[in-house]
Design a protein around this ligand. Sequence first.
Ligand SMILES: [Zn+2]
Length: 228
Amino acid sequence: MDMKQYISNAIERYTEIPSPSCSERKFLDYLIANDFARIKNMSVSSEKVLLIGDSKNSKPLFIAHTDRIALSDQVSIYRDDIKITGQLDNTLSIAILSYLVNKKDLSLNILLTTQEEICGSVDQITETIKQMTFLEPIPVVLDVDIYPDEESPCITYSPLKPFLSTVAITKKSQGWHISEAGFVYRYANRQAIAFMGIPISNLHSAKESAYWESIDMARKMIEQLVAQ
Ligand SMILES: [Zn+2]
């Protein structure tokens, strides 16, 4: 199964399970029992799940929020060879991680958070980073991002810029933005943290749409980070 098909199927599966902010439990349980069942070392709390991969040098901690905004429209997933459309915030990031764990056999450290859409995830991230001193994790927030306009620089912010520079980012369709990561940086004693945003159009609607090219770029960048 190729990446496009795997990711479309995963997002379709996720879309079946409602996950509004503060009611993510069912979706979290589904993810750890299915998509991330291969990662045995996990710490589950009422609001977040930390999954620790096997590799000792797998330092990045990939962070993805599991809540979705409630929509009045019915969500359906459409894809062609260029784009995927549906409710992609933040099922898309989770589907990429699932693909890498299950199809590329990558051993990843993953933090699944809740309540991001109501600004509740920042404390979960800072708390987890503080507790993870044994791994010295480099946190990388994975999320969707607003589609950048002509003037947007490709990377607007990242304390990890040199670390990330091995991957060329040249296309307008691939943008970077600061959000949740910025709050963690500000409030957690200048904790170094990166944000990887996959540009989408129609943010916070049932027709959020992303280019496969951007998705593949994010996939490659995660692989690069793990290989460092
Ligand atoms: Zn999001």
